[in-house]
Design a protein around this ligand. Structure first.
Ligand code: NAP
Ligand code: MG
Length: 462
């Protein structure tokens, strides 16, 4: 796609007030592929005003009509699927197949689910002598990360629009082109001017201005726990609603009765996919002592097979950060069985698929989110030990349990402090609530639970 030199505000591409630009770089070859405006506080204010002005009419639009716009939006995403995949590959570096099968396809499923929910959700309930109306919360400020550039935007914009909210999105500086493509799709779908607005820009400038804007009613943020904490504090101070999807350090618990080879192979694939840049990745593999050596060998072989098929990480800073964690793992005494800190290629921000064995629960690489293709394999002695290790981080976003018997896996999963658990390799469900326990976040995205975040109740008594 051809980059726009403006911000999408009130239904049109408009120049930013200042002249600052963001260079967009392809992480696979380090070439600049375009530039977009870097919005300032004044631009954010213009966008929020547009969203505020559009709110009354959109909130009063019958849900069936909002559903029709979302269906149209879904259809545009389908028609432009190939272009979306190419754009994600160009600015994120994701391999083409992954861009097609996940980055372009998942948002279609999510947009479709909200088209359906807008049409079918009861926006009115009876409670005794009351009628409860579920009304849009108002103007949404959405701040999104680069790791799933389109999904992260659609997971906020689609439920916001379904609920009758208007929205201003500040996408990640690394992946603004996919965001611009989405704004084009919204426009093509006939969503009225001002209902959806896009301000490309830097986090500490445009992102902060949006989070702090007094006329934003709900701040919905996905990103790091450090930034999320600041946004939560700002929103708390202003008594506005906040939704936070933050980091993770999820456990993949392989119980002794499981199909070990399958559990390890799927576990390695889960971590290496998207070059490890998935907040819900199972980056800690927990294996019983009796099966430990076999599991490590399986993991080594699985990671080695990835070799050249893995994409780069998003930028030089992220590459250096991930390499720093690998060096820290070595320094703290973990045993490297695949990959390592060395650059596997001359150009591009690549990191080798890396596996560490002999990792103990208190090591930095077992506690902190690395957000790169790095798997840690930990040993447990019994189920209680496994549970302690699984729950022993500040995070609680996702996880996996493998066992010979589904009921055994479910019993373990119910004791995990985490928002979602895949049982014996259960598939991702774009309608199931997604979000974190503990420091992994506040609130839920996707499906009906995600819609509810954008609604508030008004009770009328009779
Ligand atoms: P990040 O630095 O927190 O950035 C996320 C977004 O916040 C970006 O749009 C960023 O802008 C913006 N931002 C940065 N500083 C800000 C500030 N002071 N005020 C307002 N906005 C600000 O995170 P990241 O490094 O891009 O993404 C990786 C992290 O996101 C990981 O920790 C990962 O686990 C987490 N994540 C969580 C989920 C989830 O659903 N739970 C999903 C994906 C990612 P810039 O792009 O300009 O920095
Ligand atoms: Mg950042």
């Amino acid at each position: 796609m051809k980059p726009h030199d403006g911000l999408y505000i009130d239904g049109a591409w408009r120049p930013a007030a200042g002249g600052d630009l963001i260079q967009v770089v392809n992480p696979a070859d380090e070439q600049v592929i375009g530039q977009v405006p870097a919005a300032g506080a004044e631009d954010v204010d213009t966008a929020v005003r547009a969203a505020r002005a559009a709110l009354p009419a959109w909130a009063a639009t019958p849900p069936a009509e909002r559903a029709a716009r979302l269906t149209a939006l879904r259809d545009v995403l389908v028609a432009r699927q190939e272009e979306i995949a190419e754009t994600v590959t160009a600015e994120l570096g994701a391999p083409t197949k992954l861009s097609q099968v996940v980055h372009a396809a998942l948002p279609i499923a999510v947009a479709g689910s909200y088209a359906e929910l807008a049409a079918t959700h009861p926006f009115e309930e009876k409670v005794g002598n009351s009628t409860v109306h579920l009304e849009p919360i108002g103007v949404v400020g959405a701040i999104t990360p680069w790791n799933y550039p389109l999904h992260q935007i659609v997971a906020k914009a689609a439920p916001a629009l379904a609920a009758g909210c208007t929205i201003v999105v500040k996408p990640a500086e690394d992946t603004p082109l996919t965001a611009q493509l989405f704004a084009e799709a919204v426009h093509e779908a006939g969503v009225p001017a001002g209902v959806f607005n896009l301000v490309t820009g830097l986090g500490p400038v445009a992102g902060q201005a949006l989070a702090e804007h007094p006329d934003v009613d709900l701040v919905s943020f996905t990103g790091s726990t450090a930034v999320g904490r600041r946004i939560g504090a700002v929103a708390g101070g202003a008594l506005k609603k906040v939704a936070l999807e933050l980091g993770g350090k999820s456990a993949n618990v392989i119980l002794p009765s499981a199909d070990l080879a399958k559990a390890v192979n799927v576990g390695v694939a889960n971590v290496m996919s998207n070059s490890g840049q998935t907040c819900s990745a199972w980056t800690r593999m927990l294996v019983h002592a009796d099966q430990y050596d076999e599991a490590v060998e399986l993991a080594r072989a699985a990671a080695a097979k990835y070799g050249d098929r893995i994409g780069p990480v998003v930028n030089a800073g992220q590459r250096d950060r991930v390499r720093g964690y690998i060096e820290k793992g070595l320094a703290e005494g973990a045993r490297l069985v695949a990959g390592g800190p060395d650059a596997p290629r001359e150009r591009g921000y690549y990191v080798s698929p890396t596996v560490f064995a002999d990792v103990t629960p208190e090591m930095t690489i077992a506690q902190e989110e690395i957000f790169g293709p790095v798997l840690t394999v930990l040993k447990y002695v019994d189920e209680e030990d496994a549970l302690r290790i699984a729950n022993g981080t500040v995070y609680g976003l996702a996880g996996a349990v493998w066992a010979g018997d589904e009921a055994e896996a479910v019993a373990f999963a119910r004791r995990m402090d985490t928002g979602q658990v895949d049982i014996n390799g259960g598939r991702f469900n774009p309608r199931a609530p997604f979000g974190g326990y503990k420091q992994s976040g506040v609130g839920r995205e996707l499906g009906v639970h995600g819609l509810t975040e954008y609604l508030q109740t008004k009770s009328l008594q009779f």
